[in-house]
Design a binder for this molecule. Sequence first.
Ligand SMILES: [Zn+2]
Length: 317
Amino acid sequence: MEEYQHEEEPKSWWKTAISFILVLLVIAMLVVYFFYPFDTIDFGIKSAGNTNFSLMNNSVDANGANEQFYDNMRYPDSTISYRIDDCPLQKKNDMEGALEILSNKTLLEFQPVIIDEEISITCDSKNRVEGSLFIAGEGGPTNITRAGEFNVISHGMILLIKESKCERPNVAIHELLHALGFEHSLNSNNIMYNISKCDQIIGDDTIELINELYTLPRYPDLAIENVSAVMNGKFLDTNISIRNNGFKESGATNIMIYADDKLVKEVELSSLGIGHGSIILLENVLVLNLNVKELKFVINSDFDELDKRNNEIVLSV
Ligand SMILES: [Zn+2]
């Protein structure tokens, strides 16, 4: 009996050892599987192609007319709010006449408001002389945000100094066009010439440019500016930069990342104001499919945008 027991002891010791080794092996294989492949694949960096709304190139024409202070300046919407404050009746009438003339000739609508106006109009009763010229008025955008190809005006002001002696309120029209982003013209027959005359006219190119700029609806435009990505084995490190190049604050949305058309990650993107951007940094995103050849980044917005083509970027090796 004693001999029999003596033989049994080493047998059970071996059993334990073998099962322990087997467990280690299984763990080791799982670890290998989990981290395989071990190599690093750099998908590089890609920037968004230039989205083009094929806008008229906003430069000086043959007559030196029609230039804006910056490219593609517009207010967010074709309906622009205004408030006239502290103006005597004649100048108030001039200004209202100018607003009506421009709204008849263009897509623009002007809406009087009591607070939070986009164009603030005031008057000055004192004549001012600068050099040899009487200053008729002042006007211009006072708050501009760059958003992609556009310079979005959120506020403009007009100071009307001289009342119009002409049939049309030329001074008020001139200052209103300044507030809409238009520069002086070198053409003395153009209403944007820096010295006012009664027979000056609003250039057709000015009207055309206004209509072209305001044809685009007041939508946000989320765009992927650039993306870089590196795969370390099964783990993705990525850097995504996004900007709102539209005329309106965007809603919150999601960014989806696909590896060879398989969704690997969904990240929330909070709302972005006009011209605002966001950078999303992700590290160690587990990608289960092997031999990834293509990574796709998509802004999955469910709202209207100026352009949805810039909502997607594909990186490939
Ligand atoms: Zn001027």
